[in-house]
Design a protein around this ligand. Structure first.
Ligand SMILES: CC(C)(COP(=O)(O)OP(=O)(O)OC[C@H]1O[C@@H](n2cnc3c(N)ncnc32)[C@H](O)[C@@H]1OP(=O)(O)O)[C@@H](O)C(=O)NCCC(=O)NCCS
Length: 148
């Protein structure tokens, strides 16, 4: 596994978002067949976009951090198909948690976990909130974690 360097930028008018967009198109639009209008929504204007690159500058993962209804969420977490199952999503998640806690000063985070990856987030310390419905194109469960 390569070490990753992460970059963060806010909103859409920047290189980080443009690179994240390519990964999101590949994974959510092409692989998961989500409509492009659903994938790129109004929250992208107000998100911290995150990309992770190898030392050769290949962008292999992305995510966004958004504030919705007074809660902070991680979303659009994705790892390029050719780089999966070796721990990059875990690295990305740890970076996101560190950024939220130590740069933005926020210590509770939520995410909408697609059903097959609930187990992954549980392993990373996230807790299911069973009785709160998530409105999403792909069925999801709401989870949260306290960071410290
Ligand atoms: C989900 C995703 C980000 C995981 O990336 P990854 O780099 O492969 O994850 P890791 O290598 O850090 O895997 C961590 C664990 O989750 C498990 N896992 C990852 N993806 C999984 C999946 N789709 N189904 C079941 N388990 C999965 C891995 O097996 C691993 O478990 P283990 O340590 O017990 O072997 C990646 O599969 C992906 O981009 N999927 C498409 C987009 C998506 O579904 N995003 C999540 C939205 S909530």
């Amino acid at each position: 596994m390569y070490s990753l360097s992460f970059q963060v930028d806010f909103g859409k008018d920047n290189e980080v978002f443009r690179k994240a967009l390519l990964i999101r198109e590949e994974i959510f639009v092409k692989e998961q067949k989500i409509n492009i209008e659903d994938e790129f929504d109004e929250y992208d204007d107000e998100s911290f976009h995150v990309i992770g690159s190898t030392k050769d500058g290949v962008v292999i993962c992305c995510a966004r951090i958004i504030k919705k209804n007074n809660r902070w969420y991680f979303g659009r977490i994705a790892v390029n198909l050719h780089y999966r199952e070796v721990g990059y999503a875990s690295k990305l998640l740890k970076f996101l948690e560190d950024y939220l806690l130590n740069t933005l000063g926020i210590n509770t985070v939520y995410l909408d976990a697609q059903f097959p990856v609930v187990y992954f987030y549980e392993k990373m310390g996230y807790i299911l909130i069973p009785d709160e419905e998530v409105k999403a194109v792909i069925p999801c469960r709401l989870m949260f974690k306290e960071l410290w």
